[in-house]
Design a protein around this ligand. Structure first.
Ligand code: IMP
Length: 432
């Protein structure tokens, strides 16, 4: 049985830890979208690993990690990550496989990302400036360069020359030379070659052989290019629909869908965020939760749990369960607010509006619950939680319309509560 694990909020939900702890039940972990804008933090025995492009399953020996066609690959970033893992004693061997249909991020994409943000001025997206958007732009405009193109130096030369020339025309002050770009790409091609596969064939064969695969999302549902808070989104389909197109597998193969959500909410970058708290409580969540971007170090915007957003994510993705993370960050709060609906221009809204202007004007309608003083940190069973924490989770489940299959109570693998009944884990043939 396969499993999809994806973000149910605006990214940074703690997907890395959840994927890492579930990995041992699968033989492959596959990324289907995004690029090295992701920053999946995993702690193992006190050591911290930040995975950007490589699936979070890599920390487990023997697991094959797949980068699908829906991902945009910066070869330099990929190799830097491989080198970093190797330096830290992780044997990546030949366990990383990359789709021949994945598009490449080239140096001019990074420049264009910065330029596009500068040109937007006040209306900037707040991107990670990794060249993600411009690489996807080239893909959609049918002029992108794919991993598979690296095996044809002649065609590659033509493509690089055309693309760099076009970039220079677009950016008046740019005089980028195409030859160094090509030379660097040809160097990368050598190292990338043994990793390149037809990922659709690979995954289909694995499924025929009875292997189980985990699909790992990056960013989150509300950053999805189609279903997120457009235009303040990333440039790919982070939601469940992206799994099939981003890997070349049938939609019915994605298995059960687990949405990862914090017990509160964060967002990094610009765009509306109805439950954002700018005062003391927001600062406390940021400091206690170490809410600083894993990739850019930017402080994250913090706020209360938004059940409207989670209900939306449950609908878009067909969530079978939630992995509720960072519960321990709420330890010691006297009261906790839960946003159950919005009020917009005097009207009550229970659904997330599509219109960004309307969303920006929405006021959260809160329900207040008592907090708890006893720590939840490190709890491994539901019974170990203080009663108020259990009630808080039960209320989150009610107002979100989806059950918490996993509750994370700290950054280490073992700081986790698993409720086997929720996901009907037995269907997967294993007990967590
Ligand atoms: P881009 O993906 O770099 O184009 O950035 C677009 C938006 O998505 C910005 O608001 C980023 O802050 C946000 N974003 C991109 N990747 C992540 C992530 O992994 N976590 C949280 N936000 C992200």
């Amino acid at each position: 049985m396969n499993l999809t694990v994806l973000g149910a909020q605006w990214g940074d939900e703690g997907k890395g830890k959840i994927v890492d702890m579930l990995t041992r039940h699968f033989s492959m972990v596959a990324r289907y979208q995004g690029g090295h804008n992701a920053g999946h933090t995993v702690y193992v025995n006190g050591a911290k690993f930040i995975l950007r492009l490589i699936p979070s399953g890599i920390l487990h020996p023997g697991i094959t990690c797949v980068i699908g066609n829906g991902v945009v690959v910066d070869p330099q970033a990929l190799f830097a990550e491989v080198d970093e893992l190797t330096k830290n004693g992780i044997d990546v061997g030949n366990r990383i496989l990359v789709s021949d249909k994945a598009h490449l991020i080239l140096p001019y994409h990074r420049d264009l990302d910065l330029l596009s943000e500068a040109r937007r001025g006040e209306r900037k997206i707040g991107t990670t400036s990794r060249g993600i958007g411009p690489a996807y732009e080239d893909k959609i405009a049918r002029r992108g360069i794919r991993v598979g193109d690296l095996s044809d130096p002649k065609g590659l030369e033509q493509n690089v020359r055309d693309n760099v020339t076009a970039r220079n025309r677009l950016v008046q002050e740019s005089t980028m030379e195409w030859k160094p770009v090509l030379e660097q790409l040809l160097k990368h091609a050598e190292r990338l070659k043994p990793m390149v596969r037809d990922v659709s064939v690979l995954l289909t064969q694995a499924m025929r052989d009875g292997q189980s695969i985990m699909f790992e999302g990056a960013q989150g549902t509300l950053l999805d290019i189609d279903h997120g808070t457009y235009p303040y989104v990333t440039s790919s389909n982070a939601s469940a629909g992206g799994v099939a197109t981003g890997l070349g597998i049938p939609p019915r193969a994605i298995g059960k869908v687990l949405g990862v959500a914090k017990a509160y909410t964060t967002r990094v970058g610009e765009g509306p965020f109805p439950t954002e708290l700018s005062g003391e409580i927001g600062n406390r969540l940021r400091e206690t939760g170490s809410e600083y971007g894993a990739v850019t170090g930017r402080p994250r915007r913090c706020g209360w749990y938004d059940a409207v957003a989670i209900r939306y994510a449950a609908r878009i993705n067909g969530l079978d369960g939630l992995a509720l993370t960072k519960l321990d960050v709420l330890d010691g709060f006297e009261r906790l607010d839960i946003c159950t609906s919005y009020r917009c221009a005097g009207r009550a809204l229970t659904e997330l509006p599509s219109d960004i202007g309307q969303l920006a004007q929405c006021e959260p309608v809160y329900e207040s619950m008592p907090g708890w003083s006893a720590p939840t940190k490190g709890a491994q069973t539901f019974d170990q939680l203080p009663e108020a924490a259990r009630k808080y989770i039960a209320r989150l489940e009610e107002v979100s319309g989806v059950k918490a299959a996993i509750v994370s109570t700290g950054s280490e693998r073992d700081d986790t509560i698993v409720r086997n009944d929720v996901l009907q884990i037995s269907e997967f043939g294993f007990q967590i």
